[in-house]
Design a protein around this ligand. Structure first.
Ligand code: GLV
Ligand code: MN
Ligand code: MN
Length: 410
């Protein structure tokens, strides 16, 4: 068992998570959309904690919080995000940020530790305004034009207006200094049931899924719902509903073993019971760890759209609006997490892919990256009832801090 001075303080981790849960509390979860008041309070809270870990804090021009160390030696970047989905869980994001803070508080002042953990909270991982805007800004793959185009998907508020309203407009965006970091480590709740079902404490993430998203638009003819006979209608809403069912019939013939697809949002225009919708739109997402599988499914979608359009009642157009490449996690990082699990979790760990997207897949484009998962009760997430046993949170913190220690000394 390593030096007790170099171990996570479980009570402190739970207390910090409870504090963050108090900002934007909703039932047993939180409502903390990007740039909302409780989100900004969470960023300020973190910035005020970072000096306790010997880190200089900065909130940059995209809303990332970064803590940098003046120590010499290797630097490990660690973190996650602080905003939530709407009316969602308290641990999705904050768990990884608090673990990173704890690792920095434990390891940075320790005389025997060479180098430091630097902490990051990436803005808008949950995609209120776009996809991974904060971490993409940090790795240099977000343009000013991307920010100009970004709008809050719930309110329509532009990102530029939001940045102005929270006082971040005009601040510089921090970007990675090449060679500064030995890599990036992120912890997260599993958001699935593999760990709980197997009585396991730690998931060692091997890869993170790719996420492709589409806007699928149907154009028919708006008309009177009482006087237009069924045989002559060009009902865009009905065409959309049929398309959803057709996807479920045809994707299984072309997908991979772990592909998932979701229609997450539907609009009917004008959306009134006495009017046949002339237009309809759905937001559709595909996830898989193999870009070839996603490409195959995209081709199938296009074929299906062409078939519907050829039938003549409604035209279907497909626009790809998000591509998130899948990422492999670094082998050395996986080994460090497994070794830490052997010490602090009785070896109750398993290697597993992530079906959720995470900032680690963006960081992995420029540095070795790794992730660990802790169990989710009932596998529930993106819902306010999301939770994890306190004992599992504490075990995860101890494994995380020890994995950081191992990576810094490797
Ligand atoms: C991240 O929250 C995701 O939707 O995978
Ligand atoms: Mn998350
Ligand atoms: Mn999430």
């Amino acid at each position: 068992m390593p030096d007790p001075q170099l171990q996570a303080d479980g009570a402190r981790v739970l207390a910090d998570l409870t504090t963050l849960r108090g900002f934007g509390a909703y039932k047993s979860g939180v409502h903390k959309p990007t740039f909302s008041e409780p989100h900004m309070r969470s960023l300020e809270w973190l910035a005020q904690r970072l000096p306790e870990a010997g880190l200089a804090a900065e909130i940059d021009g995209i809303g990332n919080v970064l803590g940098s160390s003046p120590k010499s030696g290797p630097k490990l970047l660690a973190g996650s995000h602080l905003e939530s989905q709407n009316y969602a869980g308290w641990l999705d994001g904050p768990l990884g940020v608090v673990y990173a803070l704890e690792a920095a508080r434990v390891l940075n002042p320790a005389p025997g530790v060479n180098g430091a953990v630097e902490v990051a909270a990436w803005c808008d991982e949950e995609g209120h305004f776009g996809s991974f805007l904060g971490s993409r800004s940090f790795v240099g793959s977000l343009t000013e034009a991307d920010i100009d185009a970004a709008r809050d998907r719930s309110s329509g508020r532009t990102m530029r207006d939001a940045l102005r309203e929270v006082g971040l407009a005009g601040r510089a965006r921090a970007t990675a200094q090449r060679g500064r970091h030995i890599g990036y480590l992120e912890a997260h709740i599993e958001q699935g049931q593999l760990l709980e079902g197997g009585g396991l404490a730690i998931g060692v993430v091997t890869s993170i899924v790719g996420i492709w998203q589409y806007r699928i638009s149907f154009t028919g003819e708006q008309n009177h719902a009482g006087t237009t006979r069924m045989a002559v209608r060009r009902d865009a809403g009905l065409a959309l509903a049929r398309f959803c069912v057709a996807i479920d019939d045809r994707f299984p013939g072309a997908c991979g073993p772990r592909t998932v697809w979701t229609t997450g949002h539907i609009t009917l225009d004008p959306g009134a019971p006495s009017i046949i919708p002339g237009r309809a739109e759905m937001l559709f997402q595909i996830r898989d760890e193999d870009p070839e599988v996603i490409g195959r499914l995209e081709d199938l979608l296009q074929d299906m759209a062409a078939e519907v359009s050829a039938q003549g009642r409604c035209r279907v157009a497909i626009e790809r609006i998000r591509t998130g490449a899948p990422a492999l996690m670094d082998a050395g990082f996986q080994q460090a997490i497994e070794a830490a699990s052997a010490t602090f979790a009785g070896g109750r760990s398993i290697r597993m892919p992530s079906g959720a997207g995470h900032d680690a897949q963006v960081l992995a484009t420029i540095m070795p990256s790794g992730m660990l998962f802790v169990p989710s009760i009932g596998g529930i997430s993106h819902h306010w009832s999301e939770n994890t046993d306190d004992a599992d949170i504490v075990t995860g913190a101890k494994v995380f801090v020890d994995a950081c220690r191992r990576l810094l000394s490797a």
